[in-house]
Design a protein around this ligand. Structure first.
Ligand code: IPD
Ligand code: CA
Ligand code: CA
Length: 248
């Protein structure tokens, strides 16, 4: 598995250059399901490169990507779940906070995960049972209680009907925690919790490609990832998510 992680790291580092060198001025941007659900030519280009590269690394693995070509998950065998650019709106706005996320599942459980932020050249990685790492150095979640916590949240603009509930939960945290942030990349929010830069992250709807790699990275860093009701997360569809250290 270490070899596989090294090969995926090299692949996503290459794909990261596509983000860094993108010609934003001429970029083709489409709207997917509704308002503000954006996809650029670069999301598609990176996903195509990931699909070819990952097939070369593990030919028998299925491939599930945000931008189409979805195989089904199965009870056995390997599957990659990828988000070619997590934080597409940030990318479109040149906000410098986006990542490439690749998870490897065996059956319905993540066994390896990579989240790469090309802007900071930060490679978060985890292999099931072997800990979580940032650029090769072991990371762990914080031990901060809620009153000292930085709380992250997500609220996709294409799920506006959930915003009042998210704000209600957030308001409670705003009064009880140290401070709050909304970054625009679920994968990086999870990695921020994993390395202790933040202490809790929640969102009412995310898709498997948003969290598949980051969930394993948080868990391998000693954190806890569930739905917001404390139930186990499934990779089979949209879900709410809560990721935190084990003190809060
Ligand atoms: C989105 C980002 C955002 C989160 C949304 C996701 P995308 O992914 O992770 O932070 O709030 O739920 O859909 O569209 O940028 O890949
Ligand atoms: Ca995403
Ligand atoms: Ca995406």
């Amino acid at each position: 598995m270490t070899n596989i992680i090294n090969e995926i790291s090299a692949l996503v580092t290459d794909c990261g250059k596509i983000i860094l060198n993108a010609d934003r001025g001429k970029m083709a941007i489409d709207i997917k399901s509704g308002v503000a659900d954006l996809v650029t030519e670069y999301d598609k280009k990176i996903q195509a490169q990931l699909e070819i590269g990952l097939k070369g690394i593990l030919p028998e693995a299925r491939f599930i990507g945000e931008e189409g070509s979805h195989d089904e998950l199965s009870d056995d065998g390997y599957a990659f779940i990828v988000d070619p650019i997590d934080g597409t709106t940030n990318f479109v706005k040149d906000y410098h906070h986006s990542a490439i996320s690749v998870a490897l599942l065996k059956g319905k459980e993540a066994v390896a995960g990579i989240v790469y932020n090309p802007y900071l050249d930060e490679m978060f990685s985890a292999i099931k049972g072997q800990g979580a790492f940032l650029n090769g150095k072991k990371i762990s979640v914080s031990a901060q209680p809620l009153d000292k916590a930085l709380v992250l949240f997500g609220s996709a603009p294409y799920n506006k009907e959930l915003f009042p509930k998210a704000i209600e939960i957030l308001t409670d945290y705003f009064y009880k925690a140290l401070d709050i942030r909304r970054s625009g990349s679920a994968a990086l929010d999870l990695c921020s919790v994993a390395c202790g830069r933040a202490d809790l992250y929640f969102e009412l709807i995310v898709s498997p490609w948003d969290f598949a790699a980051g969930k394993l990275i948080v868990e391998e860093a000693g954190g806890v990832v569930t739905t917001i009701d404390g139930e186990p997360l499934s990779f089979e569809g949209k879900t709410s998510i809560s990721a935190k250290n084990n003190v809060i």
